[in-house]
Design a protein around this ligand. Sequence first.
Ligand SMILES: *C/C=C(C)/C=C/C=C(C)/C=C/C1=C(C)CCCC1(C)C
Length: 259
Amino acid sequence: MPELTPGQFQLVYNLLSLTVATMFASGLFFFGSRAHVAHRYRPALLVSAMVVWIAGYHYFRIFQSWDGAYTVGEEGNYVASGKFFNDAYRYADWLITVPLLLVELVAVMALAKSEARPLLNKLVIAAILMIALGYPGEISDNTTTKFIWWAASMVPFLYIYAALFSKMGPVIAANPGRVGSLLALARNVLIVTWIFYPVSFLAPVLGLGGSAGEVALQVGYTIADITAKAGFGVVIYMIAAARTEAEGGLVEGAHPQPA
Ligand SMILES: *C/C=C(C)/C=C/C=C(C)/C=C/C1=C(C)CCCC1(C)C
């Protein structure tokens, strides 16, 4: 772990702490919002809640690990304590949450089962490959090794982008109005926020060495996670609500009244 100034250490420390709070709070919102959408879209909100709760747990562990990995040195700077900083929590988290984010998106696309299944299978396999191929590069200190695994991981990454464009285009076109524009927003939020990951991955090798590289990587991944999980979940909720309204609102009997 590179030596950090107090400001650098605290920036990451506070951001990790804020992320724990954001993830748990948004999970409560997604869970509670299920009652406002039609039955068909409730699983999408449940999955949104699961994603941010899983991430909240992992952020809590990353926060503890970050705190433990540093100690205050003689000159007041933060130096490695000798305890291991476990960055693998991120990859373990992504391995579960990235496929679930794709489940959320496909669920609100409201495709026929015969179309949704094969699409989801392809996306999930690509997502798992993308993360598994990135990990050996993440833990390597060798620039060439990092670039090789980065390039390998970019293949399934770009495949996911291509698949989303080709599959979502017709669905967006078939839903003029609010539902279509929200679906386009969900796709754009995904596409923009996911770019942060391969870029942050490269921060330590693209001129940002040492402490600045480590801080840029932690800040980049964390901001991306908040937007790609909590922010994305809000858009998924908006789509589910707009679809519910377009389909005639909550049907009678969805909320059984006490006799
Ligand atoms: C909530 C977590 C999300 C949405 C994580 C997404 C992660 C990626 C899109 C990661 C992509 C990577 C590459 C395309 C190349 C370098 C290695 C990765 C795994 C950082």
